[in-house]
Design a protein around this ligand. Structure first.
Ligand SMILES: *[C@@H]1O[C@H](CO)[C@@H](O)[C@H](O)[C@H]1NC(C)=O
Ligand SMILES: *[C@@H]1O[C@H](CO)[C@@H](O)[C@H](O)[C@H]1NC(C)=O
Ligand SMILES: *[C@@H]1O[C@H](CO)[C@@H](O)[C@H](O)[C@H]1NC(C)=O
Ligand SMILES: *[C@@H]1O[C@H](CO)[C@@H](O)[C@H](O)[C@H]1NC(C)=O
Length: 335
């Protein structure tokens, strides 16, 4: 069905708002924003009283507060961008999607915590299921398809804005989720408009567990030939190691750098990022949003304000990374 599904007027709106996208020039000269905030009031997910454990973005109208329309959200973003351009502020609406259920989400349930942590997580699989760079389970594919249907409904009947830029984590489960969510909506062979950019920064906390190791760039390209790679994307996974697991502090830092990157280089205002549980937590934390655990196959919309451009100094990262315990090397699992 592709885009013929949608009315012409929707399409024109999307094109018009793409043009109005803007970031202050000062963000571009090696001086990204140094401060991020999120706007409360549009989405239930930003409300402290919302129970994240039972929240379903699909049945909750993507979280729009009662009485709030997408037009109001977009108008807010565009108006603020115009009003505060000279003050060096920029506003964008993000849709942060988490991949559908992967085999790495269900595999640990079959083992004790110690067996999983010490023995199984460092292996590619158990001979029955595989979790190295885990793929989506059938349920995970169903979740991504359901999110796609919800997007189609929001676009066609609720005037939701179609994202103007797409980013995806290089892990297999997020590439798959992107595909199942967006292929029925956009023709992402039209690379200029709809293909996602594969962003190393958007991957999950990495190290030790094989589920967080990625395939090569060539592998990703052979499976998703339309995807675009950021310039710095390397052929091999140079970040994952079997000895150490990234600290949360470092992951938060990566989220900060990703926001810097997007606010400095991407003039669009409606941004989709298909990523992971931990990395979404880090983006929300960077943007001063309340903690909100996004379930598999779910998504969270958030309006992020960037300000205070200055030279970016890499923070001092003091927290240790988790080491693979030497005791595990000789450990035998109980099952
Ligand atoms: C293999 O994995 C599937 C999916 O998790 C599970 O339903 C099934 O019980 C497993 N079979 C064996 C023999 O472990
Ligand atoms: C997809 O949505 C249908 C209809 O609401 C629901 O019955 C089904 O359980 C959903 N599938 C998954 C994997 O969430
Ligand atoms: C992409 O999604 C389509 C359904 O929209 C599916 O047929 C295809 O197998 C998927 N391809 C990959 C590589 O995920
Ligand atoms: C998708 O876009 C590509 C590139 O612009 C084009 O060649 C192709 O015909 C389009 N496919 C559909 C189904 O519109």
């Amino acid at each position: 069905m592709k885009l013929s599904y949608f009315t012409l007027s929707f399409f024109l709106t999307a094109l018009a708002s793409a043009k109005s996208g803007t970031s202050p020039d000062i963000f571009k000269k090696d001086k990204p924003p140094s401060k991020y905030d999120s706007k409360k009031g549009f989405f239930k997910q930003s409300d402290d009283s919302t129970d994240e454990t039972t929240f379903d973005v699909i049945t909750e109208n993507f979280g729009l507060e009662d009485g709030v329309t997408w037009d109001q959200v977009i108008k807010y973003v565009n108006d603020k961008n115009k009003e505060h351009y000279d003050d060096g502020e920029a506003y964008k609406l993000f849709f942060l999607g988490r991949h559908g259920e992967g085999y790495h989400n269900i595999a640990p349930l079959e083992y004790s915590t110690t067996d999983w942590t010490c023995y199984w997580q460092i292996r590619d699989g158990n001979g029955n299921i595989s979790w190295f760079d885990a793929e989506l389970t059938d349920k995970g594919i169903g979740q991504a398809k359901n999110l796609s249907i919800a997007w189609q409904d929001q676009l066609a009947h609720n005037s939701a804005p179609l994202p103007q830029s797409y980013y995806v984590s290089p892990l297999r489960r997020t590439c798959q989720t992107f595909n199942y969510t967006w292929a029925p909506i956009t023709n992402y062979s039209d690379v200029e408009k709809y293909a996602p950019t594969v962003k190393e920064l958007a991957r999950e906390t990495y190290g030790i567990g094989t589920e967080s190791e990625r395939h090569t760039k060539s592998f990703i390209h052979s499976n998703w030939p339309q995807f675009v790679f950021e310039d710095v994307f390397t052929e091999a996974d140079e970040l994952w190691t079997k000895e150490q697991h990234e600290s949360k502090q470092h992951r938060n830092y990566r989220a900060n750098v990703l926001l810097n990157d997007i606010f400095s280089n991407d003039p669009n205002t409606v941004i989709s990022v298909t990523t992971h549980h931990g990395f979404i937590n880090s983006i929300l934390k960077t943007a001063n949003h309340r903690k909100f655990v996004v379930g598999t196959g779910q998504m969270i919309p958030v309006v992020i304000k960037a300000s205070a451009s200055k030279k970016f100094d890499t923070p001092t990262l003091t927290k240790p990374w988790v080491e693979y315990s030497s005791e595990c090397a000789t450990f035998n699992p109980s099952q």
